[in-house]
Write a new protein. Structure first.
Length: 202
């Protein structure tokens, strides 16, 4: 075995536009943890997160299939940190996001989705710069997918969605209360127990 193998994820292949994408069509409620100071629907254009545009060519909205996924993808991004503060929870809420029609997403979860485009699991767990170039290549694909459906980095059995802003007019939101609201106590306990997080009153 080569030292350091397999190394960085490869760049998008030159013939990606001619490859047949595995598309999953989904019409469901999605979840998002967001700052209560801002609107829950935010298609970011700055290259900050995994599948953002490399140079602001398009915006991306990140969502999870359930509250667990939304929590761990937002508050669990720093690997190794096993606590969350009450003040952090009070500043954020759970939002439910719906689309007016089913979304056509590049499926990186189902068997074959990665291999047929020449990718592997490093795409959603490795270098962000490479993942952004892949996102741009998929955004430019002739099929014009609505986004990417991929395993959550810290909980691969749950899926997340990187939705392109070509769908911005299709989505609506139901704002939730603070994560620390008594209404969410049982749900929050389940989420914290699932991921082994401690809660600090600070």
């Amino acid at each position: 075995m080569k030292v350091g193998h397999p190394g960085p994820h490869p760049e998008p292949p030159n013939d990606l536009a001619s490859r047949k994408l595995l598309i999953r069509r989904i019409h469901r409620v999605w979840f998002r943890v967001y700052s209560l100071d801002y609107h829950p629907i935010y298609f970011g254009r700055k290259p900050q997160n995994r599948f953002d545009a490399p140079a602001g060519e398009f915006g991306v909205l990140y969502m999870g299939v359930d509250e667990h996924c939304a929590f761990i993808e937002t508050l669990g991004q720093d690997t190794g940190i096993r606590v969350v503060t009450s003040s952090a929870l009070k500043k954020r809420g759970w939002a439910q996001i719906k689309s007016r029609r089913e979304l056509a997403l590049v499926d990186l979860v189902k068997s074959g989705g990665l291999a047929r485009i020449g990718a592997d699991a490093r795409l959603f767990a490795g270098n962000h710069d490479i993942a952004r170039r892949w996102s741009k290549a998929l955004w430019e694909h002739p099929l014009k997918p609505d986004g990417i459906y991929y395993p959550a980095r810290h909980d691969p059995k749950r899926a997340a969605c990187a939705l392109y802003d070509r769908c911005e007019t299709l989505v609506s939101v139901k704002r939730g209360r603070s994560l620390f609201d008594p209404k969410h106590r049982e749900l929050l306990e389940r989420v914290l127990n699932t991921y082994g997080f401690g809660l600090i009153d600070a």
